[in-house]
Write a protein that binds this ligand. Sequence first.
Ligand SMILES: NC(=O)C1=CN([C@@H]2O[C@H](COP(=O)(O)OP(=O)(O)OC[C@H]3O[C@@H](n4cnc5c(N)ncnc54)[C@H](OP(=O)(O)O)[C@@H]3O)[C@@H](O)[C@H]2O)C=CC1
Ligand SMILES: N[C@@H](CC(=O)OP(=O)(O)O)C(=O)O
Length: 340
Amino acid sequence: MGYRVVVAGATGNVGREMLNILAEREFPVDEIAVLASRRSIGTEVSFGDKTLKTKDIETFDFTGWDIALFAIGSGPTKEYAPRAAAAGCVVIDNSSLYRYDPDVPLIVPEVNAEAIHGYSKKNIIANPNCSTAQMVVALKPIHDRAKIKRVVVSTYQSVSGTGKAAIDELWNQTKGLYVPGQEVAPEVYPKQIAFNVIPHIDVFLDSGDTKEEWKMAAETKKILDPAIKVTATCVRVPVFVGHSESINIETEDFLDWEEATDILREAPGILVVDKREPGGYVTPIECVGEYATYVSRIRQDATIENGLNLWCVSDNLRKGAALNAVQIAEVLGNRVLKKG
Ligand SMILES: NC(=O)C1=CN([C@@H]2O[C@H](COP(=O)(O)OP(=O)(O)OC[C@H]3O[C@@H](n4cnc5c(N)ncnc54)[C@H](OP(=O)(O)O)[C@@H]3O)[C@@H](O)[C@H]2O)C=CC1
Ligand SMILES: N[C@@H](CC(=O)OP(=O)(O)O)C(=O)O
């Protein structure tokens, strides 16, 4: 016996990846429903070798469904997640709405799978921010060995993190720049994204940080350790899929880069590619469609007593969203619901 699974936001980038990953990983699905807004009623989406027709979330009855994977943004989630949860369906939510709620676990399975048991207070589990998910996968084994005190991270985030409209904007602006008279003005982003970089993701806070930068600090504390200090600078780059991060780590105990490399090689979810020669590292194009969090450029930071630098790349629609959500569903199935 398997699960009755709902994918909400099935017409979006993350929802489609959720369907791909459920099929690829042979999640034990007995029945599946695909939902989106009323605009998308009847829109066809693929699930393995099947084609499914999208239904309107507004009129959908969640009663009798086991797990709902949500990727519809915070606004609609606020309306529909409590409805699904009240009907007895466990919601695994990709939006930021519930991440900081003490009654909702925030989970990256390689790091804090044991937090799963906290799901029952609200019947909701939160999936972290994409930049945070890949970073904590890389930090966890280092923290276990040498206790991380502080992290300084700069991100290079792809436009797919913003959604479908941003992918179109990068594509159309890039094409338009080659054709006189067909330049495309910025709409999704405040400045041109084609052949440019923009040091601004999500809204600005009073501190001068953006919310994306705040999320990386707050979510690392909730998932990994409240004692870790994180300071982030989040930057949008003209890449379609794949977020990259330059991470500087200060630890309590000394950790030699060679031992750090060995530890990272053994850690779940990580692939180390670090040849210290031209091309001997991973770039975002190479991580598209992959599950792993790739770590390259591991080296000592000689400017502090106990410091390391590394480069971390992952598919933001997969480990940053859909894959992590399906992994949470697997943990929920294996440790709690036990139907599969
Ligand atoms: N964990 C993470 O870091 C990430 C989280 N996300 C989350 O996932 C969400 C979706 O991202 P993404 O797939 O890239 O975005 P897209 O823009 O590609 O897709 C949005 C999806 O949400 C649906 N939707 C929008 N409004 C409503 C509504 N009122 N009712 C029902 N469905 C609605 C859309 O349906 P329709 O086609 O009918 O409009 C579509 O299926 C994000 O808003 C974010 O909250 C995304 C990326 C990474
Ligand atoms: N903010 C991420 C994607 C995202 O949706 O993040 P969050 O789920 O934290 O709002 C990006 O733009 O790349």
